[in-house]
Ligand binder design. Sequence first.
Ligand SMILES: *Cc1c(COP(=O)(O)O)cnc(C)c1O
Length: 362
Amino acid sequence: MNQYDRVYNFSAGPSMLPVPVLERCRDEMLNYNGTGMSVMEMSHRSKPFIAISKRAETLLREVMEIPENYKVLFMQGGASLQFAALPINLRCNGAADYVRSGNFSTIASKEAAKFIKVNIAGSSEATAFDHTPLQEELTLDPQADYVHICMNNTIYGTKFPYIPKTGKVPLVADISSCILSEPIDVSRFGVLYAGVQKNLAPAGMAIVIIRDDLLHEPAAETPLMLNYKLMADKDSMYNTPNCWSIYVTMLVLEYLQSIGGVDEMARRNKKKADLLYGFLDESAFYIAGARPDCRSMMNVIFRTDSPDLDAKFVAGAAERGLLTLKGHRVLGGMRASIYNNMPYEGVELLVDYMRAFEKENG
Ligand SMILES: *Cc1c(COP(=O)(O)O)cnc(C)c1O
């Protein structure tokens, strides 16, 4: 990897992509597969591009074991646009349950409230979002059109360690910061959605995986670009899709499959997270942010007892090629996002640095 002088980028997103994928983008940039042009220049109605889009979907279905009765949509506008698309498309009785477990789930619930009656079915706000609410902490409405959760809380470094039971009410989950990081039983959900820029591809696209019985014609005033049924009927090509992002999604999924799929990725992710949390648990100098039973495998939150030391830590890390470790502005401290494409060595170097910094400053 260091033939290119690359750094270890711990950014919460956009984040690292596998070097073999970047190399392939480079190699195919001027002439994709004998077409004489790059994917960026290609008609989305052309045969080669339709093949790319189909292959991206097929690979996603394979690696996530998506059942036949689910549609896969590639939609523009990132995960945030889905915060509006969900209530607009899933509205029937007119009320939805939202679980607030952090920043994005709160934004999602506020956005949904513009279109549907929102009940806050559970919240960990009182304890500064240090955990995800347990099943017993949820108050679910059996008449709700859906229940919304955020599976992995990117800013607070927590994840749902379980899949909430919602009876007949469809469960909808934002999996932007954990898609493909470990196996997930798609059949337990009505809708899964994710912005692609954490574990998959360049920003600007969301993947929506939706059970087909939930697709129905939304209200007449629904914008075309937010209409799930239309997008499903048109294979996500009602208009010009995010061709580049779809192409890189295909490459990253090919790469993921080549290393052994989601099972192998989960093993690697666990190994990285265990190394970092193991070190944090032993240290009396660093304080880990999330409650141990709901720790995220993707976003690791920690700090020292002094904001000045935190700033010194982040600056010193950057000098060693360990970048973007500053915590989110609402939390301060540090955040190491160790997504799928962060190599194990990156986490090893981070822990080495943490140990040295503790010795010097502890
Ligand atoms: C990053 C992120 C978002 C926002 O994604 P955009 O594609 O930038 O809109 C939403 N939810 C979660 C959990 C995220 O991590």
